[in-house]
Write a protein that binds this ligand. Structure first.
Ligand SMILES: *Cc1c(COP(=O)(O)O)cnc(C)c1O
Length: 227
């Protein structure tokens, strides 16, 4: 576990240097779905602070099992309407906001005593009909709706592009996401986060301006199968 964590940190360091990104400008989110709480605690002991979970039911006992640690929890999975309230209550970030209806549900359930829930809009950057995320042409309207909700803090955009092995092919959709992000910033949205890049395209994501990379396999090894 430790060796993998250091290896990914090194990949990140090298990529930041190679692509002219300031050291520390890209945060690694540990995508810990299907991994046990002991692994999370081991990574936390090394200094890993941000963790991403995809399934609420699986995540809740892990959050409980780490309640004594100062960790930051990011929800990176699909959110069913009936789970929105618990996500808003338990997590610090949501990366997969893609509808106004979900935004309203999250906002209504965010406890007033807590800081606003940090959110990224998930964009269907490849425009694949079957994929999650808001269409690029609809992002600005959704951003406007989210920005009106004081319980949410709109931080940026997130995407999961179709896997590609060629570096240039990896960069293309990531660049499209950054361009959309720059457009929104140009329209006055105060965005500081681009959540993109996974184990296979970390370097391409750093090259294209990612500020959060979400890393599972390279950190934990192959995922155990879910039951
Ligand atoms: C699982 C997951 C990741 C991590 O993927 P790896 O290829 O294992 O690094 C990143 N983002 C999301 C949304 C995921 O579900």
């Amino acid at each position: 576990m430790g060796a993998r964590w250091w290896a990914v940190q090194e990949r990140l360091r090298v990529a930041q240097h190679r692509f002219g990104r300031p050291p520390g400008s890209v945060v690694m989110l540990a995508a810990s779905k299907a991994q046990p709480v002991e692994y999370i605690r081991q990574l936390a002991a090394l200094g890993q602070r941000a963790f991403g979970e995809n399934y609420l039911q699986e995540a809740c006992p892990k959050l409980d099992g780490c309640a004594d640690l100062d960790l930051e929890w990011h929800f990176i999975g699909a959110i069913q309407g009936n789970k929105a309230a618990q996500v808003a209550q338990r997590f610090d970030w949501v990366h997969t906001l893609a509808s106004e209806q979900l935004a309203l549900r999250l906002a209504a359930a965010r406890p007033p005593a807590r800081p606003p829930l940090n959110v990224c809009l998930q964009v269907n950057i490849d425009a694949e009909p079957s994929k999650a995320g808001v269409a690029p042409v609809a992002v600005a309207d959704l951003a406007r709706a989210v920005a009106r909700l004081p319980q949410l803090r709109l931080r940026g955009l997130m995407a999961v592009p179709a896997p590609a092995s060629d570096f240039a092919d990896q960069r293309r959709p990531l660049r499209a996401l950054r361009e959309l992000w720059l457009e929104l910033r140009g329209q006055g949205f105060d965005l500081d986060t681009l959540s993109m890049g996974m184990s296979g395209d970390l370097e391409a994501a750093v090259a294209e301006g990612a500020t959060i990379v979400r890393i599972g396999t390279a950190l934990f090894g192959p995922r155990p199968t879910r039951h």
